[in-house]
Ligand binder design. Structure first.
Ligand code: G6P
Length: 472
């Protein structure tokens, strides 16, 4: 039997949507799905996760068969599990704390109970499909206990874990009532990967203060096993974005966008609906620009795409209302008969349209309050095949460690963001080209394929190291 890799994440790269009683497949949102979506299909590999909606028991077989054609294995969640494990523990405890927004956290005991139950449920599905020699690659904060649970049953299996969101400083992480269990659950992996060196540092600091593990450089020794902790900054499918922009359909979209905009400049922002993305602060910076620099009125527009996400979680609902209100105010105050300051879309778009937007935007504004990596910034860069355009990037995004030729801003400093927009709008083309070509080189070289290879090679190396220590 050929060895395979089992990718496990909370959400599958496609989700099931219901239309007139029929189940259809649609791409999932977010960095994890879009980043890894193009690489899992190799060989006998499979991907396990939740298909995104509550599927009644009598229709689970039908969904399982539909997904099997794509090498996907569903883990079905009941409404109670979705509510307490996904919306509750994952998105009302771990997400806010790991993004330094602790006042949004809700430390409910039942959330924790269901987090454990659902991580167990994922473990059963993994064990069902696991054969000797397979590698398990677990992804993200929804499944921090899973490596440990698999290890308890299969002590020799190879397990990699990658976290797509930041790992916070110990002073923040320590607030979580169940902090030791989380770290020890992660210790079940052989290799723990994070986007940045700072995430690695924060994890090692939490591990050394909360557990009796021995730590030497980036190697943790826990219960006589060695676990390596390292940073792997995630890349994108650069070649796909580079070629998309020359496709006929995209070229036509670009032409029609340019015609709609006439000679106005476009500032573009694309995010999932999330308070970590700094959407409100960005709108405030744009409003300040219109206030302080009336010369830009009728001269540029903000294209703001917000992709619906987690809108059953109260903080997300509230954020959506606040965005509606702020966009409404800006448009009502500054619009003219023929010009709209903010073109706001609350929906998802096909990748071809996003590609056309990236190609048309003079400036891409990516200003999260905190972000593990932020792949939108890399998609913008990859699309700019003529090397023009300006990226404004938050220093709180993992991507800022690699894309230093962007205009780097503190997203909390509204004045600073406004000044960066002015600088971007006035940047000479030669400077744009110099900066963009350096960033394109980085995005091209460190793409998603190299990322997967680096992670997998390291995982194999760690396994060999462990085996050589055992036979000594
Ligand atoms: C981020 C997380 C992913 C998550 C995605 C979408 O990228 O790192 O784990 O899947 O957001 O969020 P959702 O809650 O809709 O899965």
């Amino acid at each position: 039997m050929v060895n395979k890799t089992i990718i496990v994440s909370n959400r599958l790269p496609v989700k099931i949507v219901e239309s007139n009683g029929e189940y259809l497949l649609s791409p999932s949102e977010g960095g994890l799905a879009t980043g890894l979506g193009s690489v899992y299909k190799k060989g006998d590999n499979i991907w396990m996760g939740w298909p995104g909606i509550d599927v009644p028991e009598e229709r689970q077989q039908e969904v399982t068969e539909k997904l099997a054609e794509l090498n996907l294995i569903p883990v079905f969640l009941s409404p109670e599990e979705i509510n307490l494990y996904y919306e509750g523990f994952s998105n009302e405890v771990l997400w806010p704390v790991f993004h330094y927004m602790v006042t949004y956290a809700n430390f409910e005991q039942t959330y924790w109970d269901f987090y454990q139950i659902v991580n167990q449920k994922f473990k059963h599905t993994v064990i069902e499909h696991l054969n000797e020699g397979d590698t398990v690659w677990v992804h993200d904060y929804q499944l921090l206990l899973l490596p440990g649970l698999i290890r308890e049953e299969q002590s020799h299996v190879t397990i990699g874990f990658f976290q797509h969101i930041p790992f916070p400083s110990y002073e923040i992480f320590r607030l979580i009532p169940w902090r030791e269990d989380l770290v020890e659950g992660m210790f079940g992996a052989d290799l723990l990967g994070f986007h940045t060196f700072d995430d690695v540092r924060h994890f090692l600091s939490a591990a050394s203060r909360l557990t009796n593990a021995k730590i030497s450089d980036n190697v943790v020794t826990f219960k006589e096993r060695q676990i390596v902790v390292e940073s792997f900054p995630m890349g994108i499918d650069e070649a796909k974005f580079e070629s998309l922009v020359t496709e006929q359909a995209v070229v036509e979209q670009i032409a029609s966008l340019k015609e709609t905009m006439q000679d106005r400049k476009i500032v573009l922002t694309i995010d999932r609906l999330d308070y970590s993305k700094g959407i409100l602060q960005r709108l405030q910076a744009y409003e300040l620009l219109l206030q302080k620099h009336p010369e830009y009125i009728d001269d540029l527009s903000l294209y703001m795409i917000v992709v619906p996400s987690r809108d059953t979680v109260p903080q997300y609902k509230e954020l959506r209302d606040q965005i509606d209100q702020l966009v409404g105010n800006i448009n009502a105050t500054y619009r003219t008969l023929n010009w709209l300051p903010v073109h706001y879309f609350y929906r998802s778009f096909p990748i071809e349209f996003l590609s056309a937007l990236y190609a048309t935007a003079d400036v891409c504004l990516v200003t999260p309050m905190r972000d593990g990596m932020n792949l939108v910034s890399k998609e913008y860069v990859a699309t700019r095949i003529d090397n023009t355009g300006v990226l404004i990037l938050s220093e709180m995004a993992g991507a800022s460690k690699e894309l230093n030729d962007a205009l780097i801003v503190n997203p909390n400093n509204i004045g600073d963001v406004m000044r960066a927009i002015v600088q971007a709008l006035n940047m000479p083309v030669e400077e744009q080209i110099t900066r963009m070509s350096v960033m394109r080189g980085i995005v091209k070289k460190f793409d998603i394929h190299l990322w997967v290879k680096n992670f997998m090679d390291k995982l194999e190396e760690v396994k060999q190291l462990q085996e050589s220590l055992l036979t000594k």
